[in-house]
Structures are given as structure tokens and as C-alpha cells.
Design a binder for this molecule. Sequence first.
Ligand code: FES
Length: 127
Amino acid sequence: MIGDHFSLCSLDDMPDPGARQFLWEEGEHPLAFFLVRQRNEVFAYVNQCPHAGHQLNWMPDRFLTRDGGLILCNSHGARFRIHDGFCVEGPCPGENLRPIAIEMKGEKIFARKEELRAALEVVLRFL
Ligand code: FES
């Protein structure tokens, strides 16, 4: 942790394309979220599908379709664009994954604690 930032990983820690999952905060309901890398860009989303609220992945760090072109929810097959989390196929077309703002400083990827806290509050509202 650096000040009000939560250090996640380095760009080199992620396959391209590929993803990595994280938990933030201890306790009964930590925030589950993930990063997706596509070339030199990285995007972050809450790990909760807008269809039925399930976590998207069944295996650690596995969030993408076989060709690496879309984010996949393993529960019922919803597919989302990597760059904006928009559902393009499956049971919830037109809905969105909840994005999390991240920052990159060189190769390092960070999230602001305030941003993570806000995302967690939204998730907890629907429990
Ligand atoms: S919970 Fe994701 S497609 Fe149904």
C-alpha cells in the first residue's frame, strides 16, 4: 500500500491478453475484482456478473474467452467487451460490468482505496 493507493501488480505479471483476480479488504465480504490486460492497456471490473450476480470465473484468473477477445461469465455464458465491460452476447445484452478506475505508474498498477471502497459499498447494497 502506498498512501491512499493499493498496489495491485506490474504489467509484466499479467499475460497478454490475460487477467488476474484480487480481493480487497478482510472480513466476511471483501471486494472481488479483476484486471484484464490487452496489449499495454489494463482494465478493472468488479467480479460480479450483471445477469445473476455470480462471480464470473470458475478457475483462478480465468476471465477471458478462448480466443482472449472477450470477458466471459462462466455461469450462463455472458460475454463482455474488454475495454468497457459492455455485454455483447448472452443473457444480459446491453448491461455492463462495474468498472473500477485504476492508475498506472510506469509498469505498476494501482487502485485508489476510495475507489475500491465505493465499489464495495455498491456490491454490499445488493447482498
Ligand atoms: S450470472 Fe453471468 S451469465 Fe448468468
